[in-house]
Design a protein around this ligand. Structure first.
Ligand code: COA
Length: 309
């Protein structure tokens, strides 16, 4: 879906969208395709890329706020599709930070020895909860899924430090008011758009810049590293101006910061694994490289993970 498509449905311009967000296009999945379908495909490709069989996976965690069903979890749906017969599967509801929290949790469970091989997925069909009458939000979001496989490593590679934090006092800055038990779906609520995502964009923006920077510095400090040690930063692709501000505050060179927002927009929990996968396929990562991933989203909730590739 291009900026020109949005010019036809809301009062906006290509110039405004590019200069305020950096986005030119987003991918919108077919109506009959779900987040679970995309997640399953991402899992299959991650298994193939890592040379892992479905039977080896004993843990599947999916970050999503747009699951196929309210019950059971997206993860068990995907478990069945991919044939992860030896796994426990469950979801994390942490909006755009879902993948980072999933990675952090999976890493702890592997470090503890309780699990051996994990698939961590971020998957969102955001088009299903986007209000296409609200020009302040609809231009931002796209659909995607991304996945990684992790396991124990005796050479000091893998996830080396993580950080997670939230502030529930700010929950209503970015939320979907209708659809839960507090405010169930009614014809009236569906007509007034409250069943879709609402965001107080500029308020969220300020917290995002500050806390993505703090989270990044925390995982670097915990690992005894500085921003100079990083080969690549893979930030959540919410807004090019947020990424630019983060780049400046961290004092990393722009060339080290991966961006694909122009083509995909904000894909919530899928954003970081999608960008990571693309960076990897473009040859931007070598064994031993330090990669920083950092995300921020509805909750408000934020987190970072530092990985030795
Ligand atoms: N086209 C044209 N004008 C638009 C517009 C659009 N698509 N969307 C909003 N505007 C207008 C607003 O109505 C407002 O007009 P006004 O001054 O007459 O009231 C003006 O542009 C500025 O709006 P504002 O919301 O302050 O813009 P912004 O510069 O903050 O950009 C976002 C809006 C949403 C792009 C930006 O705030 C953002 O990216 N926020 C954070 C996103 C994020 O990190 N989310 C967390 C993870 S999901």
């Amino acid at each position: 879906m291009t900026n020109a498509d949005f010019e036809k449905i809301v009062d906006t311009t290509n110039e405004w969208i590019i200069s305020r967000t950096g986005i030119k296009e987003r991918r919108i999945c077919d109506e009959d395709m779900t987040g679970g379908d995309m997640a399953a495909e991402a899992c299959r490709r991650a298994l193939e890329n890592s040379g892992t069989s479905p039977e080896e996976i004993d843990l599947l965690i999916i970050g999503t706020v747009t699951p196929d069903y309210r019950c059971p979890s997206e993860a068990v749906i995907v478990q069945e599709k991919v044939g992860l017969i030896n796994a426990v599967a469950f979801d994390i509801v942490a909006a755009c930070t879902g993948f980072i929290n999933g990675l952090s949790l999976a890493n702890s469970l592997i470090q503890s020895g309780q699990y051996k091989k994990a698939l961590i997925v971020g998957s969102e069909k955001l088009s299903s909860i986007t209000n296409y009458k609200d020009r302040g939000t609809c231009i931002l979001f796209g659909d995607a899924a991304g996945a990684v496989v992790i396991g124990p490593d005796s050479n000091g590679n893998g996830v080396i430090s993580t950080f997670m934090k939230s502030d529930g006092r700010l929950a209503k800055l970015l939320w979907q008011e209708v659809g839960g038990t507090r405010n169930p779906y009614t014809p009236e609520n569906v007509n007034n758009g409250k069943d879709k995502l609402y965001m107080a964009g500029s308020d969220v923006f300020k917290v995002a810049v500050r806390e993505m920077c703090n989270a990044s510095l925390k995982v670097l400090e915990d690992a005894g590293l500085t921003a100079d040690d990083l080969t690549l930063v893979v930030p959540h692709q919410a807004n090019i101006r947020i990424i630019d501000a983060l780049t400046k505050r961290l004092k990393v060179d722009k060339s080290k910061v991966y961006m694909n927002i122009e083509k995909y927009g904000n894909t919530s929990a899928a954003s970081v694994p999608l960008a990571l996968d693309q960076a990897n396929h473009e040859g931007r990562l070598k064994p031993g490289d330090y990669v920083l991933m950092v995300a921020f989203g509805g909750g408000l909730i934020w987190g970072a993970a530092l990985v030795r590739w």
